[in-house]
Ligand binder design. Structure first.
Ligand code: DX5
Ligand code: ZN
Length: 221
């Protein structure tokens, strides 16, 4: 089994010290930095936009993994690409034509990703798997950090893992929401190759380095 890609979500970081927190995560062995963009419309909360991605680009060389929980999404792709995103994952519910959106992201030189709310049928993403480099299974309702992991999404992870395997060619199957030392193992066992973790990393009382080491050990990869 390949080493799981750990993507700390800055949603749980202290935004007053964001650069330092991201550097700390990089030094601790994080693989990607996950950036949660929320618009107060697709989800109730508002977080951050492309200027923060641009400024993070200057403090880390880790891939910036941008998760857009915004609707409409298409008018904003170019700005996040220009800001330095390495992957852009869109919610299938916010893309009227997911194939067009994924192709646009690729044309912008960014890895396209596709995700779905827990309540959206898996069938909604199936036609587009071939166009996505990252397929993300939300294991909480998008909108905020610190929610409990929805174990009922594990069969979805396993099902999508089989479909991606059949397609061949190194796509990333990511899970996002409620990942900690107890839930990372089952997620990886079900087929996840990347995990997003917010509170378990930036909210850990013993610090970011200990938290990432704990996740890595619990993942068994
Ligand atoms: C939720 C976000 C997640 C969130 C995860 O809408 O997409 O990336 O930061 O936070 P935790 O790891 O605390 O569940
Ligand atoms: Zn996310």
């Amino acid at each position: 089994m390949n080493r799981v890609l750990i993507a700390p979500s800055i949603l749980a970081a202290n935004f007053a010290f964001l650069g330092a927190q991201v550097r700390e995560a990089q030094a601790a062995g994080a693989d990607w930095i996950h950036v949660d963009v929320m618009d107060g419309h697709f989800v109730p909360a508002i977080t951050i936009g492309a200027p923060v991605v641009r400024d993070l680009r200057a403090v880390t060389d880790l891939p910036l993994d941008v998760h857009l929980m915004i609707e409409p999404v298409d008018p904003h792709l170019e700005a996040f690409a220009a800001a330095g995103a390495d992957s852009i994952t869109v919610q299938v519910e916010a893309a009227p034509d997911p194939a067009r959106t994924l192709r646009t992201i690729r044309r912008l030189g960014v890895r396209p990703g596709l995700t779905l709310r827990p309540g959206t049928p898996e069938a909604a993403v199936r036609p587009y798997l071939e166009l996505a480099d990252v397929v993300l299974v939300m294991t909480v309702e998008p909108g905020r950090g610190g929610q409990p992991f929805m174990a009922e999404m594990l069969p979805r992870v396993a099902s999508l893992a089989r479909r991606l395997e059949a397609l061949g060619g190194g796509r990333v199957l990511q899970v996002d929401g409620g990942i900690d030392a107890a839930t990372i193992g089952p997620a990886v066992a079900a087929g996840a190759t990347s995990v997003v973790a917010g509170s378990a990393v930036f909210g850990a009382s013993d610090g970011v380095a200990a938290a990432i080491a704990r996740l890595r050990a619990a993942a068994g990869t």
